[in-house]
Design a protein. Structure first.
Length: 155
């Protein structure tokens, strides 16, 4: 078997057949021209190539995590869903404390469970407001929280 060509995108170099979701792993660090560091985390909810999340649930959970995570940290740069529908990327600035990132994610997911609506779920604030599921987002959050003890186990 030949080795795969090294790709520019870190996750394309990850052997998706070897990981064990759910997990949260540091996927990369980028240093800016002024010394700021961006830490990108892979928040994997679903087992790659075996299962995936449905789009309305992903979309709602994205809105909720983007909004609620900022109540727990001023280091959040972005939370973005993966196109493969198996997780999210979380980017933080100048914050290399992995255990604190786990705490932020846990607190954010607990906020999702308490939510009564999806933030910015309307045509003015969202580009596809018809594609949301509050209950779907809560189901994903509940599942991820139920596996909290496994978040550090990537393989």
């Amino acid at each position: 078997m030949s080795k795969q060509k090294k790709m520019n995108v870190e996750s394309f170099n990850l052997d998706h057949t070897k990981v064990k979701a759910p997990y949260i792993r540091l996927a990369g660090t980028t240093e800016g021209m002024n010394g700021d560091k961006i830490y990108k985390y892979d928040l994997r909810f679903s087992q790659p190539n075996k299962e995936h999340m449905d789009m309305p649930s992903i979309h709602s959970l994205e809105h909720m995590m983007a909004e609620f995570s900022r109540n727990h940290s001023d280091k959040i740069v972005d939370i973005s869903p993966m196109g493969c529908q198996t997780g999210y990327y979380l980017s933080v600035i100048n914050h290399e404390d992995y255990d604190d990132v786990l705490r932020i994610v846990e607190a954010t997911l607990k906020d999702v469970l308490e939510a009564t609506e999806v933030p910015a779920c309307n045509e003015v604030q969202c580009g596809w407001a018809a594609s949301h599921s509050l209950e779907g987002a809560k189901k994903l959050a509940r599942y991820m929280l139920s596996k909290r003890e496994e978040w550090k186990e990537v393989f």
